[in-house]
Design a protein around this ligand. Structure first.
Ligand code: DGY
Length: 323
């Protein structure tokens, strides 16, 4: 086989890069920390056979056409593929690879980290000390929520939602979930969305971003939550309407929110959410553990290599291209 033309849009962990190098020693890879601009990307994709991207790059019809008809595979180092126009890829016969499974535990851990930090006001406590406000132990200082016996509502009960339920068992929480396509596991009981919102002390989001889940968390959703409730989002920023979330947090309609993901990313520094003490925000760190990121790079490399070799991708989001 002649050496295919490969573009890797960002620097990825060496686990994946080394595997690619073993099969295809020459590839174009960005050495910059920041994603390429759209113009740079449209220029760089011209004539490529294989493309490995991150969730920071939009893979749409325009980009696929700029690459050309020889494009054999788009491999994303992510499980979510809302940045990829999968229908456009399928129409062009291009398989899309993703990296499921290997970030399940890390993301569930992050959901719990946010849940704990919000409920027990860890960041507020830390800021309190640094502001020089700690004068004495106080029986009413920064009181937060209890876990034992509390109800955790999980919206979207796929791999990550289930891993969150598994962790909640260890804290003696009652777990309910809403997902018409999932079976109960780890003692979690299925309920309709309204019941989940009315009964949950914690609501954790685990749905992919699609046209159906865009702004799933809207004014109506927040109005049904308990006033003591905490909302945790480790899914995608677009699942939450941030303007209405701001109003709900500011008016104390709900107790707090903890967001690993925002819309857009990065969140602009003038976002009103940043003014709120009861909104904890971290920069999309759900899968940011050493093992997860190594494994994501490996799976992305395997998908890229398979696509270039015209073999079936080990993890393909549009298997209908093989029909
Ligand atoms: C993914 O892979 O979709 C995650 O959001 C990355 O953390």
């Amino acid at each position: 086989m002649t050496q295919p033309k490969i573009l890797i849009t960002r620097l990825i962990p060496s686990r994946g890069l080394d595997l690619i190098r073993e099969h295809f020693p020459i590839f174009d890879i960005s050495s910059h920390d920041l994603p390429p601009t759209r113009e740079q990307l449209l220029e760089k994709v011209r004539g490529v056979d294989g493309l490995l991207c991150l969730l920071t790059e939009k893979m749409d019809a325009e980009l696929m056409d700029a690459a050309g008809p020889q494009l054999r595979v788009i491999s994303s180092m992510s499980v979510g593929v809302d940045h990829v126009d999968v229908a456009a890829a399928t129409a062009r016969g291009i398989p899309i690879g993703n990296t499921p499974g290997v970030l399940t535990d890390a993301t569930a851990d992050m959901a719990f980290a946010l849940l704990f930090a919000s409920a027990r006001r860890v960041v507020e406590g830390e800021k309190y000390i640094r502001a020089g406000l700690w004068k004495t132990w106080h029986p009413q200082l920064l009181l937060g929520a209890d876990f034992v016996g509390a109800t955790l509502g999980i919206v979207g009960f796929g791999r990550i939602g289930q891993a969150v339920a598994k962790r909640a068992q260890g804290f003696d929480m009652r777990v309910i979930f809403h997902d018409p396509n999932a079976e109960p596991v780890y003692g979690a009981n299925p309920v309709d969305l309204d019941t989940l919102l009315h009964e949950s002390d914690f609501v954790s989001l685990h749905v992919p971003l699609t046209k159906d889940t865009k702004h799933l968390v809207n004014a109506g959703f927040l109005a049904k939550m308990k006033p003591n409730a905490i909302l945790v989002n480790t899914a995608r920023g677009g699942v939450v309407d941030q303007a209405v979330l701001y109003d709900a947090l500011r008016s104390k309609r709900i107790f707090a929110a903890a967001l690993d993901v925002t819309d857009p990313e990065p969140l602009p520094m003038d976002s009103p959410l940043l003014e709120l003490e009861n909104c904890l925000i971290v920069p999309h760190l759900g899968s940011a553990s050493h093992r997860s990121r190594d494994m994501m790079s490996l799976l992305a490399a395997q998908n890229l290599i398979a696509g270039l070799q015209r073999a079936r991708l080990p993890n393909c989001v549009n298997p209908e291209v093989y029909k």
